[in-house]
Design a protein around this ligand. Structure first.
Ligand SMILES: *Cc1c(COP(=O)(O)O)cnc(C)c1O
Length: 473
């Protein structure tokens, strides 16, 4: 059959629509225009396949054959594209899954700001225009001990803003051991180039000494910069200069000391066996002039880049035109303020902020959760899966504490006659989708990130995936 006869064999939109509603009554409630547009788009795809020579058999265009595929195409396009995903990976700050889950207080604050007007830029004492930058500044001052603070869109923006404001056309000295690439192609050398600052690299990949920095200081030097190595770890023969020593060197030479802390934290995690990394407040106390960190990594708040440090420097950044382009909206401020407020009482922060709570779960608590989950799943899905427990580790994620293990217990599912990887794929299109871990022949759920998850929903999702994987066989 030639192509033009094939095109003519494609049924009309109205006919398709009627047959579709007969096939699945739920489409009757869909907005007509969206349905028409999507049906047209669906047949356009088939036309493209005809043109490409992929579709040559006219029988393949029979509407009846297309109804299941069409129905799925429409459903996936009519549903919101951003949707809930169940995180069973155990990675607490999972960048692909939106990083931190907000505390209840932060969720409520976002809902309040989203659903009405607010004083984002209104000074309620004077009744005149206020500044959004002032909203969380006092909180950040008291939590970090810094003189001033500024919040921008994310930490990448914060680093860019520091360099653009102070170092454009000047040299910035960075250790070769810290020229990192974060996920999503954020590379320190490239960010520097973009900001107009000139990178002066010193030291070796594994070792940099104070003398390396001192020898590199010249006429054009404006700052020393430290970058948290985030997503990798150097083990063995290595050395890094203490921050206090770098601060002394920088200030004796009238230079700035900038620190990109990456994740950054207001809290230590010593009891978890994670490395004892300096907090934001300690970094300030040791003499960094400006410190930047993310709002949605270990801090546990919304996406944001927080800069704290010397008042005079923060003031200069506030008047940089670039700051206007990098500013946050009311939803971000609402969530950030509520998150930071919890930190005024560290015990409360540990309980209320999901990111902290999940990092701090003990192996004992996780074993109890894993046992309870194993029981529930066995009761409803025991015929489909072989379900066992396994001692393992989870990761913080988000480039924080790389390669450090948090002890956990996994619930491992072996789905009998289908493979664990087929189950994993099937779980991407369940409602809601679920991401877990493949460990050899088993698909595993880590209870660390299932905190608060609805067990009945987990059962339903696993059942859906099992059925899907079987019908695809
Ligand atoms: C994560 C990270 C960034 C980027 O932070 P975002 O908030 O994702 O923009 C920058 N620097 C370091 C060291 C990081 O770890």
């Amino acid at each position: 059959m030639d192509q033009s006869s094939m095109f003519r064999a494609i049924p009309g939109v109205d006919e398709t629509k009627q047959r579709l509603i007969d096939y699945d009554g739920s489409f009757a409630a869909c907005p007509r225009e969206s349905l028409r547009c999507l049906i047209t788009a669906y047949w356009d795809r088939q036309r493209a396949r005809i043109r490409a020579g992929e579709l040559t058999d006219p029988c393949e265009l029979a509407l009846a054959l297309h109804l299941p595929g069409l129905s799925q195409f429409l459903k996936s396009h009519l549903a919101p594209q951003l949707k809930k995903v169940i995180n069973a990976t155990g990675v607490v700050v999972h960048t692909n899954l939106g990083r931190s889950v907000l505390s209840e207080a932060a969720q409520a604050a976002v809902a309040l700001a989203a659903g009405g007007y607010c004083n984002l830029e209104l000074d309620l004492k004077r009744g005149s225009r206020g500044s959004r930058y002032a909203l969380v500044e006092e909180l950040l001052q008291s939590l970090t001990g810094a003189e001033a603070a500024l919040v921008v869109n994310n930490n990448a923006a914060a680093v860019m803003l520091m360099l653009d404001t102070f170092c454009r056309g000047y040299e910035v000295i960075v250790s070769r051991g810290e020229l990192v690439e974060i996920g999503g192609s954020f590379r320190i050398p490239a960010v520097m180039a973009k900001s107009g600052a000139l990178l002066r690299e010193v030291g070796a990949t594994n070792r940099t000494h104070l003398a390396d920095y001192a020898e590199a200081i010249g006429e054009r030097t404006k700052a020393l910069m430290r970058v948290h190595t985030s997503n990798f770890r150097v083990v063995g023969f290595h050395a890094r200069v203490e921050l206090a020593e770098l601060a002394e060197l920088a200030h004796a030479n009238h230079l700035l000391l900038l620190e990109d802390l990456g994740s950054g934290s207001l809290m230590r995690f010593e009891q978890t066996g994670l490395p004892d990394e300096p907090t934001v407040q300690e970094t300030i106390a040791q003499g960094a002039d400006l410190v930047s960190f993310s709002g949605d990594k270990v801090l546990g708040g919304p996406q944001a880049g927080i800069i704290v440090g010397k008042a005079e420097l923060i003031a200069q950044m506030k008047s940089n035109q670039l700051t206007r382009a990098l500013r946050c909206d009311k939803l971000c401020y609402a969530a950030l303020e509520a998150t930071l407020r919890a930190y005024r009482e560290p015990i409360r922060a540990r309980e209320e902020i999901p990111t902290l709570r999940r990092i701090l779960f003990s192996a004992k608590e996780l074993k109890e959760r894993a046992c309870a989950l194993q029981k529930t799943l066995s009761a409803s899905l025991g015929e489909r899966f072989d379900i066992t427990l396994k001692e393992d580790v989870s990761r913080v994620g988000g480039g924080a504490f790389p390669q450090y293990d948090l002890p956990t217990w996994l619930v491992c599912l072996k789905p009998g006659d289908i493979s664990a990887s087929a189950l994993k794929m099937a779980l991407l299109s369940t409602d809601p989708p679920m991401l877990g871990r493949l460990e050899g022949e088993a698909f595993c759920l880590d209870p660390r990130t299932l905190d608060g998850a609805d067990e009945a929903l987990l059962v339903a999702v696993l059942r859906q995936a099992w059925d899907k994987a079987h019908s695809a066989q």
